[in-house]
Design a protein around this ligand. Sequence first.
Ligand code: NAP
Length: 329
Amino acid sequence: MKYRPFGKHPLNCSEIGFGAWAIGGAWGTQADNDSLAALHRALDLGCNFIDTAAGYGNGKSERLIAQVLKQRKAAGKQEQVFVATKTPPTAGDWPPSPRDTAEARYPESYLRENIAERLACLDTDKLDLLQLHTWTRAWNRNPAPFKILRKLQGEGLVGLIGVSTPEHDQNSVIDLMRGGWVDSVQVIYNLFEQEPAAELLDTAKECGVGIIVRVAYDEGSLTGKFNAHTKFPADDFRSRFFAGDRLARTIKRVEDIRTDLVGTGYSMPQAALKFVLAHPAVSVVIAGTRNPAQAEANCGVSDLPAMSPELAEKLQRHNWRRAFWYAGK
Ligand SMILES: NC(=O)c1ccc[n+]([C@@H]2O[C@H](COP(=O)([O-])OP(=O)(O)OC[C@H]3O[C@@H](n4cnc5c(N)ncnc54)[C@H](OP(=O)(O)O)[C@@H]3O)[C@@H](O)[C@H]2O)c1
């Protein structure tokens, strides 16, 4: 495993992090034993960065992580694992409506209560990194929630402070970086979604902001394993994400990528992660991982040779402006 700086912050994070959404729920059947074994395997292989959220099974993902860290401590492991979690806004539109106020969606009393819950679920007295789970540019001129988070940081409840981009307007967080409000940004950047290369990633580098890349596999499609017969169970959110003709359209584009990879030595999952890591602003790719085999495959990518600038440039042609899919078709 190779390690990278996390912006200007004193953390050397593993290139491959553990994306812990699926182990919390919403991805069909998931056995806790697989989740626990996956976490252990990733940490054994040098992964030191885990991303989770309140919303991943209402604290379940966080509790599984806490369980694994406790087991490892009890086993005498000397390791520092950095856990990033997220607080969502209060109930309402997701992403927030441009007319919502920050005071209504992230009020101080709510932030305090939610952060106390995160501390309890993670069984710790200080969060390594607390990210606001979504944002709107409507709040950029008065980013009140970050003023509250800085206060909580001063009280020792929170280490670093970050934001996760709203999918439909990822660039809305650029002003927050320039204003010095965030230590990290979590962003979608992959072979299809390359818009962050326009400005967001370079701004992060200039501002010393850590970049956490999510959805490097486009929720699985960029591993190249889906085909026309792939069906997602109703309790897997991908039954909506890839609804209607979306899966067929996606597979067609994935096959074009596969063609470009012939003779490169990379499998599809390897190329998907190496393409992301080819950008120097990226600190960590949090590959979503749900079993030990995936933990091994994902962590193993770090040690492969870096993607050549020529191949990374060739793959840029797969940029796909397809807009915002999470709400379904
Ligand atoms: N708004 C937000 O802040 C937000 C939104 C989304 C995600 N995230 C974070 O980002 C992380 C990563 O995103 P994601 O999990 O949504 O999507 P992803 O990383 O694009 O895809 C993950 C899925 O791909 C499959 N997979 C993983 N490794 C594989 C391998 N080596 N070979 C074949 N298949 C593999 C697994 O599902 P199957 O085996 O079932 O196919 C896995 O759940 C999340 O876990 C979460 O921590 C944050």
